[in-house]
Design a protein around this ligand. Structure first.
Ligand SMILES: C[S@@+](CC[C@H](N)C(=O)[O-])C[C@H]1O[C@@H](n2cnc3c(N)ncnc32)[C@H](O)[C@@H]1O
Length: 251
């Protein structure tokens, strides 16, 4: 059971408010990749690990025919409600990205916001296989992932604490990240405290294990499954100082 995607699903968009605010810039970049990298016109998209649909809804708003898939029904409930509220017709499916069984149905498959880090060396190969199978010839797989060097985010501190609001509730969020250099595992820990106007507090602890990939490793792994690979930096061509990467893999 993953608290961030279950008990806290209703708070996900508030926790990631700043990320949600920049999603339109991310999708501008993704549309450029569709135009410049895909070898077919992109109309139908499978958004894997779609969560509460932050990028999924933006893609649908721009006229793409989108299917969103996620492991957690609680996340999908939020996504469905948001799509309905905006009058967007998106198919949402509960399922495991490793067990999808689409056959050459999509022009593009996306996996946003570091979700690819849930897949270890063996699972990521299964994922690439399933994605490849789901793509039409010339279709493109796009996934973003961060740099392993978290000192950049923390600027010398051990943790990050910040505040958000959801209605009349205040959220106090404390994050730690611990990297195991030998195994390239990232232990992502987060304490979310929800403070009600009457001062009562509910607290949730998230403790997640993620897989770190360098740009070179991601390229080498993806090369086994796709015809053409390019890794971009943070919404532009890869630069040495980039801290977020975009895998672009063409079938
Ligand atoms: C960091 S969130 C990203 C959500 C969304 N892509 C976004 O950009 O906001 C990671 C998501 O991955 C989903 N997830 C993790 N493992 C999965 C799997 N094996 N299959 C499908 N979804 C998975 C979680 O349920 C969660 O919604």
């Amino acid at each position: 059971m993953h608290e961030l995607y279950t008990a806290l699903a209703e708070y996900y968009d508030a926790i990631y408010r700043r990320r949600a605010e920049r999603v339109s810039r991310e999708i501008d970049f993704v549309e450029e990749l569709f135009k410049n990298e895909a070898e077919r016109e992109v109309r139908r998209i499978l958004d894997l690990a779609c969560g509460t649909g932050i990028p999924t809804l933006e893609l649908a708003r721009r006229g793409y025919q989108v299917t969103g898939l996620d492991l957690h029904e609680e996340m999908l409930a939020v996504a469905r409600r948001k799509a309905e509220g905006k009058g967007l017709n998106i198919e949402f499916i509960q399922g495991n990205a490793l067990e999808i069984d689409f056959d050459k149905e999509f022009d593009a498959v996306t996996m946003f916001f570091s979700s690819i880090m849930y897949f270890d060396d063996s699972a990521i190969q299964e994922l690439f296989n399933s994605v490849n199978q789901a793509l039409k010839q010339g279709g493109v797989f796009i996934a973003d992932f961060p740099c392993w060097d978290y000192s950049y985010y923390y600027k010398g501190q051990n943790n990050v604490v910040w505040d958000e609001r959801k209605g009349d509730e205040r959220l106090v969020i404390t994050d730690w990240r611990e990297v195991e250099p030998a195994t390239q595992k990232l232990h992502f820990k987060r304490l979310v405290q929800i403070v009600k106007p009457d001062g009562s507090v509910r607290a949730f602890m998230v403790d997640d294990e993620l897989n770190i990939y360098t740009v070179r490793e991601m390229r080498l792994l993806a090369e086994k499954h796709f015809r053409r690979i390019k890794i971009y930096g943070d919404l532009h061509e890869l630069r040495p100082s980039d801290r977020r990467y975009w895998l672009v893999a063409v079938k």
